[in-house]
Design a protein around this ligand. Structure first.
Ligand code: PMP
Length: 309
């Protein structure tokens, strides 16, 4: 019996060709599957009144190429090439809005851990429609979160500035632990016990109208995080990047997640502690509303964030 396809798009781009979804496969002996050395990105395309636009694609593909470099790989595509391919792929699939997933990986050409100086690396981009990552209700009313028993690894051996598939095992297990216990998401602490980030999101707190987000070190400095930092400044909020304790989360007036998948999502409860009033607060709402306007190119100062074909 033919395997049931999980297709939610028609075409995937692989090494220069648009291939039908069901043919976008690699070998079971893929080195990256065994050892976790694929690198990936995640960005969104939004349906703006002027047509479909990629959101901050330059920053995403620059980060993708940084991740490629961190692994010692090289691929024959520039940021501009990858942006153009993404636009073409979205159009070919007929999507107005979607998630975009670039990935670079090693196939079955290599056995064992040892990589040659210039391994053969494959590049693919897939797209699919992706609604609200934590559901419409979570997006509107806020999500329930647990502090994970998993922590972000020490910076001496982790590579938090790169999106490397193997590094996501901790995130997958943290999210699994949280959801099996009835929460929507996990927050991971760093090795010193300070708040690092969500499994695939950055965290912001608001106390007395001041916004604080953990400083860089044990977290992926997200592109959405950067949007929120810039938006907060533009709106006149005071914002700092510093260590945040678990205790500070519990007494915050507002806490929210940011990320490409989660966009801006309020947090209403952490470890069974209600955050603020238990409903999304005014600062979160204002930032969220402004962020979504930016994704549609409706905020003059940040129009350069969206990119048309
Ligand atoms: N932290 C982690 C671990 C992530 O995987 C992501 C998603 N890329 C983020 C933070 C948020 O980053 P961005 O806003 O660039 O999507």
């Amino acid at each position: 019996m033919a395997p049931k396809s999980n297709a939610d798009s028609q075409f995937v781009w692989m090494d220069g060709k648009f291939v039908p979804y069901d043919n976008a496969t690699t070998h079971v002996l893929s080195h990256s599957l065994h050892y976790g050395g694929a690198v990936f990105e995640g960005l969104r395309a939004y349906a703006t009144p002027q047509g479909t636009a990629l959101f901050r694609p330059k920053e995403h593909f620059d980060r993708f190429l940084d991740s490629v470099r961190v692994m010692g790989y090289s691929i024959p595509y520039s940021t501009q090439d990858l942006i153009q391919i993404s636009h073409e792929l979205i159009a070919k699939n007929g999507f107005k809005a979607c998630y975009v997933r670039p990935i670079a990986y090693i196939n079955d050409s290599i056995r064992g851990l040892k990589l040659p100086k210039t391994p053969e690396v494959h590049t693919a981009i897939a797209v699919w429609p992706w609604g609200k990552y934590m559901g419409d209700e979570g997006h509107l009313k806020g999500v329930r979160v647990k502090t994970s028993t998993f922590r972000r690894a020490d910076v001496s051996s982790s590579l938090p500035l790169a999106k490397i598939s193997g590094a996501y095992v901790t995130s997958v297990l943290a999210r699994r632990e949280a959801t099996l216990e009835g929460f929507d998401e996990a927050i991971l602490l760093d090795p010193h016990g300070f708040v690092a980030e969500g499994s695939g999101e950055n965290v912001f707190t608001v106390k007395n109208n001041e916004i604080i987000t953990p400083s860089v070190g044990y977290l992926l400095p997200g592109i959405t995080r950067d949007c929120v930092i810039q938006i907060a400044k533009e709106l006149g909020f005071s914002l700092s990047q510093e260590n945040i304790t678990r205790n500070q989360l519990y007494v915050a007036d507002e806490v929210f997640f940011t990320g490409t998948a989660v966009e801006v999502t309020p947090i209403r409860e952490i470890d069974h502690h209600q955050i603020g009033t238990g409903s999304p607060g005014p600062v979160t709402q204002k930032i969220k509303e402004t962020f979504f306007k930016c994704t549609l190119g409706q905020v003059e100062q940040f129009k350069s964030w969206i990119d048309f074909p």
